[in-house]
Write a new protein. Structure first.
Lengths: 164, 541
């Protein structure tokens, strides 16, 4: 009886944790200052300096003050984040966005890294399990009382299960 | 080189009598050693690559090539590490945007071989100790060498837009052809000789040190792929859609940071797992202390106001920082417990005190404990990087005796003036810095315009303490009033990054020192101690 109860406890804990994280992620920034800061870090300065708009620090940069002013205006007119980004992309081209979009071919940029990570982890887990099953089918080396005594002593004296 | 991009070719157009002078961005002491360090880091990998390829071609037995090139590879890795961090420090101190890593393609180009080189340094241990991962290691060093070539290609060919544009030339095609030839030779040799690379053992359990090495390698390679993918995606996008996109910091922050944190987690898990396989009970016992450290740090973070949300909204920066701090505490606890456990055994055996035992422990297996010190250094660097989630900045035009505040500091403008010499004209401001109403120190941020090139240059004023850097930039002056515009940043924990790098260098040096021969221990040992046990008691392999 103890095992199913413990299993249920961990399952519920996991569900609660997942829900808490999902709630955290679903909340959005609403403060205008925070939105301005967030959005100017999602765009690039268009002068060619290669810096994020919010961090462009050129003396006399012809573009960043104009873009930042446009961003403030866009936020004040009540545009959503996506509308602001779309309007900048329409005016300055896609390269003004500091990261690929999340639709069309650009979506591949976001999916590929996690797909590769998942495939690599899954592939390795399956491979190791396959190897370990094969290994168990092989005959185990005979253990002798002398070797067992040595192993026990090593474990006792190093306080570990083997170490390096 | 001599025909495609001759380095001694004459410049065309009008040139000042004394030349254009060195690019102002490069007129900085660290620039004297940053490029040579990176260069040594790049070309150094050609030696283990050549040995690996040669050993494979000649069907050399065993791990001889790894043992011969171990010191070389480690020193090369150290040069690459030093080069990358010197570049970060230069970016921080010279570019004046308050950060140290901009995910620029050329920065990425140096980071990719570092990741595969790091994976190689870990997985060769598997080959040396267990005769496993032979093909993997050969391909890791092949990939590392190819990535150093790719790094040079990206730096010199201008394939992707980068702030390192000063290094562009027309040697791209030559490099691509060379890389294709190298790759073809690697593939051909591997296919021809792959039967020579059969492993002597296979992994027996998912929960073992061997598996942790494999997963660690895997995640390092995935991180490398992510960076390569992000760096080359603009080219791919242009090819597929006909228009370029930018892959900047927001992409890497979302994709690379979770992978980096997973890698940090594995750094802590690896040393806690024994070789071959183990029982879950033993694993649980080894994980108790790191788990306590992890949750204790989560509580400390919450108590200190580091929470995954801010003003009712989820804050990814805070969330990742909290995870980074918690994992760092856990990894640190895991590594330190390894040190203390080993030192405790030696203390019991020899009667020495804990510090002397720890020294002896490290001397007896410099490779292992030097490696642990490098891992501690990585944790310290991660803590420093996590501090960037709490950066603050403010910008203000300051008249004489005007004040501005950032964090706990108040900056008062006590003067601003101009100066000039034969090399440059400069504008600078003198700022008295107060904390709790008491004057602490004075800062003098400066803006120079070099006469030969007419290029502006920021001279940032930085005051660094362990908890944060006060970083002040002279942004320019108001043309109407002539008053300076000052931007002040409070960047938490930045000095931890540089301290971590210093420790990384120390740890690598320790790993390079040959381990102490256990003569004394053998003399003191009781008669007929079994050899197997003796090796383990000395922290041996």
């Amino acid at each position: 009886m103890a095992t199913p109860l413990r299993f249920t406890f961990w399952k519920r804990t996991l569900q609660a944790g997942t829900l808490a994280i999902a709630v955290c992620f679903s909340l959005g920034a609403s403060d205008a200052g925070a939105r301005y800061d967030k959005l100017n870090h999602q765009m690039m300065c268009s002068c060619g300096c290669g810096q994020v708009l919010g961090e462009c620090n050129h003396v006399g940069c012809p573009d960043s003050p104009v873009q930042l002013a446009e961003l403030r205006t866009a936020i004040n007119t009540g545009m959503t984040d996506q509308q602001v980004l779309d309007s900048f992309a329409a005016k300055y081209g896609n390269t003004v966005l500091a990261a690929p979009r999340t639709h069309g071919f650009d979506l591949v940029a976001w999916i590929a890294p996690f797909a590769v990570l998942a495939a690599a982890l899954l592939g390795t887990v399956l491979l190791v399990r396959h190897w370990s099953v094969g290994k168990k089918e092989l005959a185990q080396p005979e253990s002798t009382p002398e070797m067992d005594a040595i192993h026990d002593r090593i474990r006792r004296e190093t306080g570990s299960e083997g170490g390096y | 080189m001599n025909f495609a991009a001759p380095p001694f070719a004459l410049l065309r157009g009008s040139i000042p009598a004394d030349g254009n002078g060195l690019n102002p961005l490069l007129q900085y002491p660290e620039m004297v050693i940053h490029p040579p360090m990176l260069y040594l880091g790049y070309v150094g990998f050609s030696v283990p690559f050549a040995f690996a390829l040669g050993a494979l071609m000649m069907r050399y037995p065993g791990e001889k090539w790894i043992k011969i090139t171990r010191v070389w590879t480690l020193v090369t890795w150290l040069f690459l590490t030093g080069g990358i961090f010197l570049g970060m420090h230069w970016a921080y101190a010279v570019l004046g945007w308050g950060g140290y890593w901009g995910w620029d393609p050329v920065e990425n180009a140096s980071f990719m071989p570092w990741l595969t080189g790091t994976a190689f340094l870990h997985s060769v241990m598997m080959q040396e100790k267990k005769g496993m991962m032979k093909s993997w290691n050969v391909w890791l060093i092949f990939s590392t060498f190819l990535l150093t070539l790719l790094g040079t290609l990206l730096t010199r060919a201008g394939l992707v837009s980068s702030v390192h544009a000063f290094a562009q030339s027309s040697i791209g095609t030559w490099f691509i052809v060379f890389m294709a030839i190298v790759l073809a030779v690697c593939i051909f040799t591997y296919i021809l000789q792959r039967d020579h690379l059969k492993g002597e053992h296979r992994l027996e359990s998912l929960v073992s040190r061997e598996s942790s090495f494999l997963f660690n390698n895997l995640v390092l390679l995935v991180a490398c792929f992510v960076i390569l993918w992000g760096t080359l995606f603009p080219i791919l996008s242009e090819y597929v859609e006909g228009s370029k996109v930018t892959v900047g910091a927001p992409f890497y922050n979302r994709v690379a940071i979770p992978i980096g944190l997973f890698l940090l987690f594995l750094t802590g898990v690896g040393p806690l797992l024994p070789w071959r396989s183990t029982s879950l009970r033993a694993v649980r016992r080894n994980f108790i202390l790191p788990s306590i450290a992890l949750w204790a740090m989560v509580i400390v973070c919450f108590a200190a106001g580091v929470r995954p949300w801010k003003d009712g909204a989820f804050d990814p920066g805070n969330f990742y920082a909290m995870v980074a701090f918690a994992l760092s505490a856990s990894v640190m606890a895991a590594i330190l417990s390894e040190f203390f456990r080993g030192a405790g055994v030696i203390a019991r055996q020899t009667g020495k005190n804990l510090a002397a035992s720890m020294y002896l422990l490290t001397r007896r297996n410099t490779r292992r404990y030097g490696g642990y010190i490098v891992h501690i250094a990585v944790v310290i660097v991660v803590i420093g990087l996590a501090g960037s989630a709490f950066n603050k900045n403010t910008e203000q035009e300051l008249a004489l005796h005007d004040k501005m505040s950032v964090g706990p500091y108040t900056l008062e403008c006590v003067g601003f003036t101009q100066d000039s010499n034969a090399n440059y004209n400069s504008d600078y401001a003198l700022l008295d810095v107060y904390r709790n109403g008491k004057k602490q120190f004075q800062m003098a941020p400066e803006k120079r315009v070099y006469l030969a090139s007419q290029q502006p240059q920021t001279m940032v004023a930085i005051h660094s303490v362990p908890s944060w850097d006060l970083y002040v930039v002279y942004e320019g002056s108001n043309p109407d009033t002539g008053q300076p515009i000052i931007k002040a940043f409070l960047n938490p924990l930045v000095s931890w990054i540089w301290a971590g790098v210093a420790l990384m260098v120390l740890g690598t040096f320790i790993a390079l020192v040959p381990s102490l021969k256990p003569v004394g221990a053998a003399a003191r040992a009781p008669a007929a101690r079994p050899e197997h046990a003796e090796a383990v008691l000395k922290g041996g392999d």
